[in-house]
Structure formats: structure tokens, C-alpha cells
Design a protein around this ligand. Structure first.
Ligand code: SF4
Length: 449
């Protein structure tokens, strides 16, 4: 109707246009040359043209789906015949679970075609996770203190103590955050802070016991350096510290603080944490104390690719011994507000392609850890979706609260509904999990509003 009235205003010859399908049907009645054509003007399609185009699109989708299987077969045939020894080894990893050597991993990382790596990593992922499900977690990061005596150059979160924004959260505030998490359907809390020299083990025992007495919630808390710090100020061994924390309610330990497990890189990033073997040792002590942990890697901060391979191998070897890592989580360095970025102004942020390459090689090499997370928190939701086609089987937490990465200038958030949609639109079935990766809800269809 609007089109018709406009037409009538412009050209009295074009009457009764309501009965026509489109502006263009209507226009056919107008004498040629009566309307001026703007430069670049394109005629709107007729309904029959739209229908024909949609049919062509449907055919195109079907045509893509049909060859997906054929594409897999072509890839397999090509890889079976390849003379590239690293690629052939990766093929055997993906389909037969054969272990990749560090040298082969290095070759793949340096020269592997990123799309082929993604395809192989997806096949390797399917060995652990058949069925096209992708998990996510609802939990909350609670940073109980930002006071830290370590002072890592890559960290924008910590305060030394006298600053006005230095804090230790009161217990009531921590309880309130946990209650909000439970109301949102959360099953756990990730509690981490700085290495605060004023907090001894009694503080943590009291806090953990109080939480466990009040709430049925998983307590995933404290990094290696915090545990070492607690042991030091409390004059305890790491073993004693872990046992007392576990008795007070600690369920599992996040793998934070691994950064890159290569002493020469750690020396530049954070001299106090320079000894890689200490991170491994504390993690293995936790495993022996029946405290499962995750393992992490932060890359894109001065290291070379050989250091990434060194890191993967160290964690893989440790896992062979104690079997306590249940997930590997890798993310990229976020530089804003950090000393490291100020000291290295030429340092470039890691590209999406490099992130995907490292992710795919990690999935192929890390043959003894079942779960790998895609990092939408640092790379953004869209790269997060693509990561599911490069070896990741999990999207981590929806991040009800996040303070550490956002302090370094990167802030993405998702709610449960958006997370579900994000996973579904990547071609997978979303499932909510708990901290141990037990599935607690499945979302094959869009949830009711
Ligand atoms: S990364 Fe952890 S240990 Fe290092 S300065 Fe930040 S809060 Fe402290």
C-alpha cells in the first residue's frame, strides 16, 4: 500500500499497483523512461525470482551436505598417501590414537595447513567426544582478594596493598555472590585471588568451611602460586596445606599460573614464578591428594612456538604419571594495562588463525587429557564458535563475573541462552555440565522464552 501511494505520487500513470506482486511488476505498466534511474540502482526481484533464488539456495545447502562425507573420504585418502611424516603421524593420532612426538608437533605447528589441522583435531576430539555435543558451565569467578606480593608483568589485576582499590572481600559479600550464582543455575565457583601475605591457612579453612556449611556448590579454588604462598606464610609443607584445604571443602584446583612452562620465558614474565617444575610438582601433589585439577596455557607473550611445544610436553608427561588433569584450557595474553606490554611495545596480539593453529595442535598432542576448552573469553564468541571445529569440545563458563581478563582490557559476556545459541549455531548440541564435566542438562531445541 505504501509503495502504491508513493508510485501514485511520482507517476499518475502507475495506478492500481496494490494488485501487483512487487514494485517492479507495477513499474512494468509505466512508460519506459518516465522515472529517472539513480546511479547504482538495482531493481528489486519479482516474487518468482525470489522463489527461484530460494530454491537454488536450498539445492546449494543440500549440495554442501552431500559432499561433506565425500570431503572426509577425500581427506582420508590424501592423508593416507601423504609423504609428509608429521601430517601422516597426525592422521594416525586422529584415527588410531597414536602419540605425536614433540618434533612432529613442532612441524605441524610451524608448517601444517591450518584447515587440515582443524579437520584432524576435530577427528581427534571425536575419539574422546563422539555425538556432536559441546558443553558449557555455569559458575562464577570470585576474586576474593586482589592484593598480591608476586607482581607478574603480564597481570593487570593485582594491587600491592596500599592502593585505594586493593581489597579482601568480606565473607558476606562472597556468600551473596554464591547465592546469586545458585539462583542463575550455577553449580560451582572458581575462587582465586592474589598471593596475599596477610592471609594464612586459617582464613581459607574458615572461608571454605563456611561456604560448604551453607551451600551445595563445587569449590574450584586457588592457583599453584596461591597454595605455595599459603604454605609459606603458614609454615606448612605444600602437602600439609593441600590436605588441610581439602578437609575444609576444597574440591578441585584450577590450572592457572602455568602460563608457559619454560623457565627462560617465565623469567621475563614473572621472575618469582620462573621455575616451571614447581607448578608441575604442586599439581602432581594435588593429584596425589585426590584433588583433580585443570591445566592451562597462556601464550602470545614473548614465547616462540618451541616453548608452546615444550609446555604441552611437560603437561602431557605429568599427566602420564598422575592422571589428575581433567581439562586443558588455553588462552592468549591480553596486554592492556600490563607492564609486559609497556616493556614490549612491539608485541602484537595473537591472531585468530594462530590461536586456532595452537588449539588444533594441542588437541592432537594432548592425547591423555579428555577436555579442551575454546577461549571465547579472550578471543570473542565468534572465534569461540570456530574453535569447536579446531579441537575444542567445551566453551567453559558463561562467566557470571570475570575480573582478571577484563582488567587487561578484554571483556566479553554471555548469558545461558546466548551460550546455548552460540553452540547450536556452530553445528553442535549444547549441554550444561558441572565442574567435573558430568552432563546435567541437554538442549537439543531452543529453550522456551
Ligand atoms: S597473575 Fe596472580 S600471582 Fe601474578 S600478579 Fe596477578 S594475581 Fe599475583
Amino acid at each position: 500500500m505504501i509503495n502504491a501511494s508513493i508510485t501514485n505520487t511520482l507517476n499518475p500513470n502507475a495506478l492500481n499497483c496494490e494488485s501487483k506482486n512487487t514494485w517492479r511488476d507495477c513499474e512494468k505498466d509505466i512508460a519506459p523512461g518516465t522515472l529517472p534511474a539513480a546511479s547504482g540502482f538495482q531493481e528489486a526481484p519479482t516474487l518468482s525470482e525470489i522463489n527461484a533464488r530460494d530454491a537454488a539456495r536450498q539445492n546449494m545447502i543440500a549440495a554442501f551436505e552431500r559432499p561433506a562425507k565425500a570431503h572426509d573420504e577425500l581427506m582420508r585418502a590424501a592423508l593416507e598417501k601423504t609423504e609428509d611424516t608429521a601430517l601422516k603421524a597426525a592422521y594416525l593420532t586422529a584415527f588410531e590414537g597414536k602419540r605425536l612426538s614433540g618434533e612432529q608437533g613442532q612441524k605441524l605447528l610451524d608448517a601444517g595447513d591450518v584447515n587440515v589441522l582443524g579437520w584432524l583435531a576435530t577427528r581427534a576430539k571425536e575419539r574422546f567426544h563422539p555425538g556432536g555435543k559441546v558443553s558449557f558451565l555455569i559458575d562464577r569467578n570470585i576474586n576474593y582478594t586482589n592484593i598480591c606480593r608476586i607482581g607478574c608483568d603480564f597481570c593487570a589485576f593485582y594491587r600491592r596493598g596500599p592502593e585505594t582499590d586493593a581489597y579482601v572481600l568480606p565473607k558476606e559479600e562472597i556468600f551473596k555472590k554464591i547465592e546469586e550464582t545458585i539462583e542463575l543455575g550455577g553449580t560451582g565457583t572458581l575462587m582465586q585471588g592474589g598471593v596475599n601475605p596477610h592471609l594464612k591457612i586459617e582464613y581459607y579453612e574458615d572461608l571454605f568451611r563456611s561456604i560448604k556449611q551453607r551451600y551445595k556448590i563445587h569449590l574450584h579454588a586457588l592457583s599453584v602460586i596461591e597454595i605455595e604462598g599459603i604454605a609459606q606464610v603458614s609454615r606448612l609443607t605444600v602437602e600439609e596445606t593441600l590436605q588441610r584445604l581439602k578437609a575444609a571443602g576444597l574440591d578441585s584446583i584450577p590450572g592457572a599460573g602455568a602460563e608457559i612452562l619454560s623457565d627462560e620465558i617465565r623469567l621475563e614474565q614473572s621472575p618469582v614464578k620462573r621455575h616451571s617444575h614447581r607448578w608441575i610438582k604442586v599439581m602432581q601433589e594435588a593429584h596425589k591428594a585426590n584433588l583433580p585439577t585443570t591445566a592451562t596455557m597462556m601464550f602470545g607473550a614473548l614465547e616462540e612456538r618451541k616453548h608452546i611445544i615444550e609446555h604441552i610436553l611437560r603437561i602431557r608427561d605429568a599427566q602420564d604419571e598422575t592422571q589428575g588433569f581433567y581439562a586443558f584450557i588455553l588462552w592468549t595474553f591480553q596486554g592492556e594495562n600490563t607492564e609486559l606490554a609497556k616493556k614490549n611495545p612491539d608485541m602484537q596480539p595473537t591472531s585468530g588463525v594462530e590461536y586456532l593453529r595452537v588449539l588444533a595442535v594441542s588437541r592432537l598432542m594432548m592425547d591423555n587429557i579428555p577436555n579442551i576448552q575454546g577461549s571465547w573469553v579472550t578471543m570473542g564468541p565468534k572465534i569461540g564458535q570456530i574453535s569447536l571445529h579446531y579441537g575444542a569440545n567445551d566453551m567453559g563458563s558463561i562467566m557470571i563475573e570475570e575480573n582478571v581478563v577484563s582488567a587487561a582490557g578484554t571483556s566479553y559476556t554471555l548469558d545461558r541462552k546466548n551460550m546455548i545459541e552460540l553452540i547450536r549455531r556452530s553445528g553442535f548440541t549444547p549441554v550444561q555440565r558441572d565442574t567435573y564435566y558430568n552432563i546435567i542438562a541437554e538442549y537439543p531445541e531452543f529453550p522456551a522464552q
